[in-house]
Write a protein that binds this ligand. Structure first.
Ligand code: ZN
Ligand code: ZN
Length: 376
């Protein structure tokens, strides 16, 4: 087996990304009345600098940039983000206190921080900076919207992560048989993903029989039985990028009710995917899935949104939901995952990963979507 080892970092144009963010924040007309912003969050730091560790802060002014990190990451950050000056936070010093001299040196009087940070985070910063006369105010820092539309160079790792998920599904097909436990299937999924040099992108879901009626069931020691729906939902993270697929199979022969529910979900999936193209709104695509399931009398059993963006995180921004007014753009990568969950009977979810193209979309995940009867 050939591993695709970690560490073959995808070299991307990080300075250009920081420049695009600066233009959004500080460009004319000046939308942000602050001297600098503080960018937090590991995926944002990864996207803007190439740093893959779990903690760093990035200070951006219209003309300067500076990183702040702990001693744990000092060497790593020098290797991964060599073009940005970095200050190490001394052991025992709170990060907001370490930020103080840095902001003073950059002449910052007002610092913008994204409102998604917690109230206690704001309080800590304000307390540390007030003494020096530096104000902190909430300012949306739109790294999320930059991350939403993928650059061509990001598609390669995403395709690779999807390919690992497809290979994993192929690998576990032999386990879909009576007496195999959900837990054993989940273990095999995680092991196989890791053996390919990737990581599970999130906690693997294996849900059988009545458990499959729970969209986010945790795997248990329950053993598969004939007549079960079995739903597996998993993904791989490779070079930072995530995939996320779901398949549902039947153990033994599918009953007419299995077929009815499964084919309704499949129809919702296929009709939604066929409608994806730039300019369409997320809620329009979501509505197509809901209408399709309503036609089969199953709309009440679809209790979540249709899909989400994927990228450096597995839920990477907006997607398809009844409230999503944002328009699709070429280069977005999203999941489409209609589901029907019937308490006591079981559930079906089928999840594809798609890339929005200029004319429609390309389905990236290749595992079969037709109903599979397993374990005969
Ligand atoms: Zn999923
Ligand atoms: Zn998903």
């Amino acid at each position: 087996m050939v591993s695709q080892h970690q560490g073959q970092a995808v070299r991307l144009d990080y300075p250009a990304r920081r420049q695009r963010l600066r233009e959004k924040l500080f460009g004319a007309p000046r939308k942000t009345p602050v001297d600098a912003v503080l960018v937090t969050g590991a995926p944002n730091l990864h996207y803007l600098t190439g740093f893959t560790g779990s903690f760093a802060w990035l200070v951006l002014t219209p003309s300067a940039e500076h990183l702040l990190t702990s001693g744990i990451y000092e060497t790593q950050i020098a290797a991964e983000a060599p073009d940005i000056p970095c200050t190490r936070i001394p052991v025992g010093v709170e990060p907001p206190v370490a930020l103080r001299p840095l902001l003073q040196a950059l002449g910052v009087r007002m610092l913008g921080v994204d409102p998604s940070n917690s109230l206690s985070f704001f309080k800590g910063l304000r307390r540390a900076l007030r003494k020096e006369g530096i104000a902190v105010r909430p300012v949306p820092i739109p790294v999320d919207s930059l991350r939403l539309v993928k650059e061509a160079s990001e598609l390669e790792p995403i395709r690779a992560a999807v390919a690992i998920a497809d290979a994993t599904f192929q690998h576990i097909l032999r386990l879909f048989q009576p007496e195999v436990s959900e837990w054993d299937i989940a273990m095999e999924i995680d092991f196989y993903i890791r053996r390919q040099g990737a990581y599970p992108a999130f906690e693997t879901i294996v849900a059988s029989g009545p458990n499959s009626a729970l969209p986010h069931a945790h795997p248990t020691e329950r053993r598969l039985q004939r007549g079960d729906f079995v739903t597996v939902d998993f993904g791989a993270r490779l070079n930072g990028y995530c995939s996320d697929i779901t398949r549902t199979v039947v153990i033994g022969k599918a009953s007419p009710e299995h077929k009815r529910v499964y084919n309704a979900v499949l129809e919702a999936l296929e009709r939604s995917i066929a409608a994806i193209r730039p300019g369409r709104r997320g809620k329009q695509i979501d509505a197509i899935a809901r209408e399709t399931l309503a036609k089969h009398g199953l709309a009440d059993y679809f209790g979540h949104s249709l899909g989400h963006s994927i990228g450096l995180t597995v839920h990477d921004g907006r997607g398809f939901s009844p409230r999503e007014k944002g328009k699709l753009e070429a280069g977005m990568v999203l999941t489409v995952e209609p589901g029907v969950y019937i308490p006591g009977f079981g559930g079906v979810r089928i999840e594809q990963d798609v890339l929005v193209t200029e004319t429609g979309c390309e389905v990236l995940s290749q595992s079969p979507v037709q109903l599979m009867e397993m374990g005969e």
